[in-house]
Every structure is written in C-alpha cells, then in structure tokens.
Design a protein around this ligand. Structure first.
Ligand code: AMP
Length: 503
C-alpha cells in the first residue's frame, strides 16, 4: 500500500499530515499527488468524501513551499462553486500548511471587499475563490492573475449546474498559458469534457469511483407517498418526515434533510422547529454569517438537523452524519449519490431515507437506474397514524405551499375545510382542540380513510365530493338504476281533485 512518505511531499507538509492523523493516502491522493508534484495537469474524477481536497492541496503546498508571492499577484488559485466549499478548502490549507510560511486569501461573497483587498495587496500564495467574486476583484483592478502557477477547479460539475462555466473559461484565459491545472469533477458531462479538452494539457486522468457508486455501508430506503388530498400534500409530507425521524429514535444523532427548493428548505426547517426539533436551514439566499453559524453549529454537534439545498450542501465535509433524509427525490439523479454520501463516511454506518411523491416517480426511476439497484420500499408510517384531518389540524403554520387557493374558496362553503384553513394559519401550540373541531362535524362515512381518498385521487377525482348534495348529483348522473323519475304510471288521488269545487 502507498504511504504518504512515498509520495515525495514536502517534509513540513508530511508533518502536518501526520498530525492530522492520516495513516495512508486515499486512492485519489495516491493517484493525483505524484503527477501533480511533477508539474503535470491532473483530471480527477472523484466525489467529495474521497479525500480529493487533500489530493490537490498537498502537492500545491509542496510546490509553493519555495518562493514568495508578489503584491496583488497570487501564485495559485483554487476555484470553488460555493462559499462553503471555498471556506472548507481554506480550512484544509490551514491544516496542511501549518508548518509552512504561506499566505492565503479567501474571496467569497458576503465578506467585505476592503478586507480581502488588503490581503491581496500584501501578496498571497494561495487564493481561494468563487468565480464571480474573483472576477469582481479582477474587474476592480485589484488582482493580477499573470503569476498564477497552479490553478485548481474544484467540483466542476457543480460549476456547470450553477452556470459558472463561462466565468471559468474567462478565468482560464486570464491566467498564463503555462500554468498547471488540477481539475476535479464528480461527473464528466459533455460540457466538462469540452472544457478539459480545451484548457488541460495532456492531463493524468484519475477516476476513483464511479459517480453512481453509493457506499455499501449506507442503508437506503424510500417511502412511496401519496397524499390523502392534493392540497394536503405539503402538510402530510412534513408530518411523514417527522414520523420517519421519530422512528429512527436515538440512532438519529444528526441528519441533513435535503429539499429541492430553497422555499421548502425554509418551510421544512420552520415546521420542524415548531414541533420542537433542533433544526436550521442552509441555502444560498441566507446571509453568509448566518450560513457560517449554522454550519459550525451542525459541525460541532450543537445543531441536530440541517435542512439544506443541494448547492449549499455540496461538498460540505461533516464527518459524522448518522442520517440523510431526502424530503424530495432530487431532480438530477447524481445528486442522490452526493446527498447520501454525507452519511456513512470513513467506514461508519449511515442511513438514507427518501420520500417519493407520485410526480417524482420518474426522477426516482432515474436514481435507481443510476445506482443500479432497487432502493428498498419502506412502509409509510402515516398510514398507521392519525386521520388526515387531525394531521392537518396539528400542522404548524407553514407560510408557503400548504394554503392552496382551492382550499380557501371551499372553506367558505363548508365547515370541515374551514377547520383546515384555521389549522394552517394558527400555530399548533396555540390551539385548543375544542375550538378546532368543526361546528358540524362530518358524519363518519363522510370522512374517508386516507386509502379511500387515495383511490379517489387515482381516479382523477381531486375534489372530495363528500356532501349529500354532491352525492345526489353523482347518483343522477349514474343513470343505470331502475328508479322512476317523476310520477310514472302512478297518479296520486289529489291530482284529480278540482280546486274550483273545493272553493
Ligand atoms: P474530501 O473528499 O476532501 O471532502 O475529504 C473528506 C474527509 O476525508 C475530510 O474530513 C478529510 O479530512 C479526510 N481525509 C482526507 N484525506 C484523508 C486520509 N488520507 N486519511 C484519512 N482521512 C482523510
């Protein structure tokens, strides 16, 4: 087995590695470090969790150990898609460069230009940046990229997803043609292939694990979930999430809960908090200090549930996540691999549970095709739980998607939906069950069990035609019973009486 000492790294870097407690290089490190130290371009196809950050940081530090940076002319550049990832890379640099006298600057949004300019003015060996922020500095005339000797592009596939490829191409063009490039991506989409063909020169290609590989020590499961009524989907889905969390009990020490949309990240976080779960959201629209605080809290175990979007969570290195919950099936199948890769790290056991609603079934098929195995179906704990109306009543006041207009307009017509409207608007804690109950509660048969309703929904009947009036209308339309409509052959006696005679 390769040892770090076989890799020709700088002695001070080796010392820092030893202090970090690493025993041997990971496959991506063993593959990328030697060619990188020789000055060759590297194309690393690897996902987070494989040790890829060190696979470019360690050789870079060894190469930069000699020499000094000039003012405003960084000697190396690392481009990352998100601020968190950039901050994480910066942390890695600090860890591995602790015995070297190298300087670094982190150029990310949410940090003042002034502070960053000051550092750049002094001259930095390593500049770690998100592409947009780097170009902002460049355009302000504060940065000269003509002395960049090594350039790293990390998580290139995510850059592609986020629309950063034109920025990356521009930055490539601003650095010297002779620079060394270390390029990392979890997948090789055609656009990524094109970039590497254009900007890398005869790279050493190292592929450590197929993008579709999910770790064997992650137990996976999916709940195929259909709401009792379309307008209750969001509410019931959040309840289902709580039940799934509760079912894991103490085994769930901490978890990342992924949502596809930022809006849902907020709603789910709010709802969980309302129910007493220790939860906080992280997504791109939150301000930087809040994101950093949330992330730190989650890392050091103060926060139990991190609700995240893909972009915010991409590349986050949180070593011991016991669970990943996919509140939504990701719309890009590869994201499933990235998401569940947050758990089961470094040989630990992990669990990944996903909720799949009918409209996500196509995406779910894509996920199963990608990972090339069937994800075990889990029982839906909601089916064994409280009736739907009760759940709606108990739901926390989510501001966004669980107040469809249809519910509101119907609420004027009948008592039961009115109770439902109250439910989504008032905090659960505030409510007295008595006050909640509809004045005129529906008869038992008018309150279908979730499964009955589900079948109705499958037939395309989104509206619950539960009122007697509704039933009557349906009966008439049926038309195949033998009842006589009108008077038929029988004429009651009073019809023959003369009004005139009586008067
Ligand atoms: P990364 O893929 O860069 O996000 O790294 C994932 C985790 O692996 C980080 O917590 C690193 O500190 C850790 N790591 C990196 N290289 C090694 C190694 N050779 N041995 C053990 N852990 C490592």
């Amino acid at each position: 087995m390769t040892k770090f000492t076989d890799l020709n790294l700088n002695a001070k870097v080796l010392k820092a590695i030893e202090e970090a407690g690493y025993e041997s290089p990971t496959p991506i490190q063993a593959g990328a470090i030697p060619p990188a130290l020789e000055g060759r371009d590297v194309l690393g196809i690897a996902q987070t969790g494989t040790g890829k950050t060190a696979s470019f940081t360690l050789p870079m530090l060894s190469l930069l150990a000699r020499g000094r940076a000039r003012a405003r002319m960084p000697r190396s550049l690392v481009l990352c898609p998100t601020r968190e990832l950039a901050a994480q890379v910066a942390e890695n640099f600090d860890t591995y460069s602790k015995h070297l006298k190298l300087t670094k600057a982190l150029l990310i949004g949410g940090v003042s230009f002034k502070e960053q300019d000051k550092l750049i003015d002094k001259g930095v060996d390593v500049l770690i940046a998100t592409p947009g922020r780097l170009l902002d500095h460049f355009e302000r005339g504060k940065l000269i990229l003509s002395d960049v000797k090594v350039m790293v592009v990390d998580e290139a596939d995510r850059m592609l997803d986020m629309g950063f490829i034109p920025d990356i191409e521009r930055i490539f063009g601003l650095t010297p043609f002779t620079r060394q490039t270390l390029f990392f991506s979890a997948t090789m989409a055609p656009e990524i292939e094109r970039i590497t063909n254009t900007f890398l020169s005869n790279p050493e290609r190292i592929e450590v694990a197929r993008q579709a590989t999910t770790s064997e020590n992650i137990t996976q499961g999916v709940v195929m979930f259909k709401a009792s009524r379309k307008d209750r989907e969001a509410t019931e889905k959040r309840k289902l999430l709580r039940l799934l969390i509760d079912a894991e009990g103490e085994k769930c020490t901490n978890a990342i809960i992924f949502c596809n949309r930022k809006m849902d990240v907020d709603t789910v976080a709010k709802s969980l908090k309302k129910y007493g779960y220790d939860a906080a959201p992280i997504h791109g629209d939150l301000d930087q200090s809040q994101r950093t605080k949330t992330l730190e809290g989650f890392r050091n175990g103060e926060l139990r549930f991190l609700i995240a979007s893909d972009v915010a969570a991409r590349g986050l290195d949180v070593p011991s996540v016991s669970h990943v919950f996919n509140f939504d099936v990701p719309s890009h199948a590869e994201d499933y691999v990235h998401r569940i890769g947050r758990t089961g790290r470094a040989g630990r056991d992990g669990k990944a549970i996903m909720i799949c609603v009918p409209r996500d079934e196509k995406n779910f098929e894509d996920v199963e095709r990608l990972v090339q195995k069937e994800i075990p179906r889990l029982e839906n704990p909601l089916q064994a739980d409280v009736p739907v109306a009760e759940e709606a009543t108990a739901e926390a006041p989510a501001k966004t998607d669980d107040k469809p207009k249809r519910t509101r307009s119907r609420s004027r017509k009948s008592d039961a939906p009115r109770a439902e409207k109250t439910a989504v608007e008032k905090p659960a804690e505030d409510k007295q069950p008595q006050a909640e109950a509809p004045k005129d509660p529906p008869k038992p048969e008018a309150q279908p069990a979730p499964m009955q309703d589900e079948r109705k929904a499958q037939r395309g009947g989104g509206n619950n035609d539960r009122t007697p009036r509704g039933r009557g209308r349906n009966d008439k339309r049926g038309g195949n019973d033998n009842r006589v409509v009108g008077l038929g052959d029988h004429t009651p006696d009073f019809i023959g009486l003369s009004f005139r005679e009586r008067i």
